[in-house]
Design a protein around this ligand. Structure first.
Ligand SMILES: [Zn+2]
Ligand SMILES: [Zn+2]
Length: 446
């Protein structure tokens, strides 16, 4: 558990809470939460997309414990601090390197490239002392007023453009840096810190490279998000013919659709790309998180279908011709496996959606116009497929996702949500996906 000390430190460091002179004497420790610190906490919760309750919830503490960048989340300098030239030099200090100098150079070169792909700025490595940007690895105190903290916690920090230390990037040498999949990806952290070295602040866009907490997943190729690109181009201009960046899914975007939807205990999870929204019956706010926040790197992004087998306490994920079975947070041995295990004929190459009925112990798989009934108890597919339109009249095939909760079957196709009553075999309502995520409600509430 966090005691108020580290929480106060966190807020002070990242949300610049500076107790006023005499504040400590005036108030007892218990009063702190009703004063400035509480406002900072709300600010922090708002930044990370948590319900801004001002209370130290488990979720809030979990975000605070995440490894992250050492810079503050409330800097406002964008548009003022930038390099004035179009060619920048960098130098890599050769002490404390986690790998060979050649490997480290290769990683940094590709991290710079992420940025130079979208802005008309070029980066050149220099071996001599003079360079605009000095990149180095340090342990604990390294004489810049912001000591590193050993393994975990703060991973790196950087200085905004300027002379001297300006633009410099420091990595915590004590981290378990990696090039592949274990430990912290040097490439992902470098891409983020280089953004600061170019003048970017933190972004609360969960999909952005400039998001302050480490959320890189080796299952997903690191790319700048639309917000990263917009911000850097505002500073340096546009590089012609850059690839359009991915937009982080927005629950209020009218074109929103889902990849998959499932129950998870009392919650309903809505999947999109490498993100998901979690809807809990007891909470108003529907927060977006990374899929990897629940299952680390066990399951891929951009899923086709997901269902929870309550009886066996398993989650089953589908993508392409493969499926993954996860118990708790861990992938079962031998997975992913081929979906032919379920008894699909070889012509079925993927599934669109999976609909599990816990009471009846069966799952329906959707493939185009067809649906297949799978007996979970006997692990057998029922005879031949039937037509979706015959089983669920009014629902348009092919669908994106399906789930059973609150006594209804819910189908998702594009930006539409079909609610179906299985007892009367009738369509109850058709609404937009935004309404399911209570986007409208939240917009009018505040
Ligand atoms: Zn940062
Ligand atoms: Zn430093």
């Amino acid at each position: 558990m966090f005691s108020p000390g580290p929480v106060q430190e966190y807020l002070q460091h990242f949300f610049s809470h500076h107790p006023e002179a005499g504040e400590r004497q005036k108030r007892s420790a218990g009063d702190d939460w009703t004063t400035g610190l509480c406002d900072k906490l709300k600010k922090m919760q708002h930044f990370f997309g948590l319900p801004p309750s001002g209370e130290l919830t488990q979720e809030t503490l979990a975000v605070m414990r995440k490894p992250r960048c050492g810079l503050s989340d409330v800097e406002h300098f964008e548009g003022t601090t930038r390099w004035k030239k179009k060619t920048l030099s960098y130098r890599i200090v050769r002490s404390n390197l986690p790998f060979s100098a050649a490997k480290v150079y290769k990683v940094f070169k590709s991290a710079w490239q992420l940025w130079s792909n979208v802005i008309p700025v070029r980066f050149h490595k220099r071996n001599r002392k003079e360079a605009d940007i000095i990149i180095s690895f340090h342990q604990t105190d390294h004489k810049d007023g912001t000591p590193f903290d050993g393994k975990g916690g703060i991973l790196a920090h950087a200085f905004f453009p300027g002379p001297g230390i300006g633009g410099d990037v420091h990595f915590d040498a004590e981290e378990d840096w990696s090039i592949n999949s274990t430990g912290f990806s040097l490439f992902a952290v470098a891409a983020h810190e280089f953004g600061h070295a170019l003048g970017l602040a933190h972004s609360s866009d969960l999909g952005a490279v400039m998001y302050p907490a480490y959320n890189f997943s080796p299952n997903y190729e690191l790319r700048l998000s639309l917000s990263d690109v917009k911000h850097i181009q505002r500073l340096y201009g546009i590089c012609p013919d850059f690839d359009p960046p991915p937009r982080t899914p927005d629950k209020c975007h009218s074109d929103l659709s889902f990849d998959a939807v499932t129950e998870l205990q009392q919650e309903v999870l809505y999947f999109k790309d490498r993100f998901m929204w979690r809807k809990h019956p007891q909470f108003d706010e529907i927060g977006m998180t990374m899929i990897s926040s629940l299952w680390s790197d066990s399951v891929p992004a951009s899923l086709d279908a997901v269902y929870q087998n309550v009886e066996k306490n398993l989650m089953v994920f589908f993508k392409g011709h493969q499926y993954w079975v996860v118990r708790g947070h861990d992938l079962e041995k031998g997975f992913p496996r081929n979906i032919s295990d379920f008894g699909f004929p070889s012509r079925v190459k993927s599934v669109d959606a999976a609909l599990h009925f816990r009471d009846k112990r069966y799952t329906v798989f959707f493939t185009g116009q067809e649906c297949w009934k799978y007996d979970e108890q006997h692990r057998a597919m029922h005879n031949s497929p039937s037509l979706l339109e015959r089983q669920w009249p009014g629902v348009e095939a092919p669908i994106d996702a399906a789930v059973f909760y609150d006594g209804f079957v819910h189908f998702f196709k594009g930006n539409l949500h079909f609610q179906f009553d299985n007892n009367s075999k009738s369509l109850v309502s058709v609404s937009t996906v935004n309404e399911v995520l209570e986007c409208n409600k939240i917009l009018t509430k505040r």
